[in-house]
Design a protein around this ligand. Structure first.
Ligand code: CA
Length: 233
């Protein structure tokens, strides 16, 4: 499951260009064309980074950025502001409202990609790293391999994505509906019990005998990768 970039840009030519190139680099993207759509999009799925145009119809990029910084759940969300204003004073104003970086239009695509990667590496290293490691469990996104201690763990593609998704946000509880949506994608004909079946198989593959259980079942809510896992053992 690769990092999700939320693109907030009203000009189709620009958001298409960004989305196309980001997807070619392995990111997932979501595009909204106004500031008013940002909150619902974030509520739907928390992005790893927001590319935010300054000049938007309705709420401006600056206002959206302020709004993100005011909410505890998005206070630390990486934000890169896109703008046609290259003046130093504007740059300072953009950063003062809480943007983490600032790109002036017209931009070069490789520059945007480099800035996104560098900001993610700095603020959300788990979103761009090739491997995720929690305790003795190591998931290699490039080789699509999982190991626990010295043991290789063989998982189906779905179980791999499920583990990757949970490991990316240790401690965070995901409902069955959220997991279906993000791990399975097309969920029209899939029952939520499918999630239980796959979590069951994943657990069976991960743990043998008395090995500690890394995945928590949160009654009435869903599943989480235990954020305490690997810290005491
Ligand atoms: Ca614009």
């Amino acid at each position: 499951m690769s990092a999700l970039i939320l693109i907030v840009e009203d000009e189709a030519a620009i958001h298409d260009l960004l989305a196309y190139n980001l997807e070619a680099e392995g990111f997932r993207t979501r595009v909204v064309e106004s500031g008013e759509e940002v909150h619902p999009a974030i509520h739907d799925e928390m992005p790893d980074l927001v590319l935010l145009d300054w000049m938007l119809p309705g709420l401006s990029g600056i206002e959206v950025c302020r709004m993100l910084r005011a909410r505890p759940e998005t206070q630390a969300l990486p934000v890169i502001m896109l703008t046609a204003r290259g003046e130093e004073a504007e740059r300072v104003r953009g950063l003062a409202t809480g943007a983490d970086d600032y790109i002036v239009k017209p931009f070069s695509v490789p520059e945007v990609m480099a800035r996104i990667r560098s900001l993610l590496r700095r603020m959300k290293p788990e979103a761009v790293s090739d491997t995720l490691a929690r305790g003795d469990i190591i998931l290699d996104r490039v080789k699509k391999r999982v190991s626990r201690g010295v043991r290789d763990i063989v998982l189906s593609p779905t179980e791999f994505r499920l583990l990757e998704y949970l490991m990316q946000s240790p401690g965070r509880v995901f409902s069955r509906a959220q997991l279906l949506d993000r791990v399975w994608g097309d969920t029209k004909d899939i029952d939520e019990r499918t999630v239980d079946v796959h979590v069951g198989r994943l657990r069976k593959s991960l743990s043998r005998g008395r090995e500690p259980e890394p995945i928590r079942t949160v009654r009435g809510s869903g599943y989480a990768f235990d954020d305490r896992y690997g810290k005491s053992n």
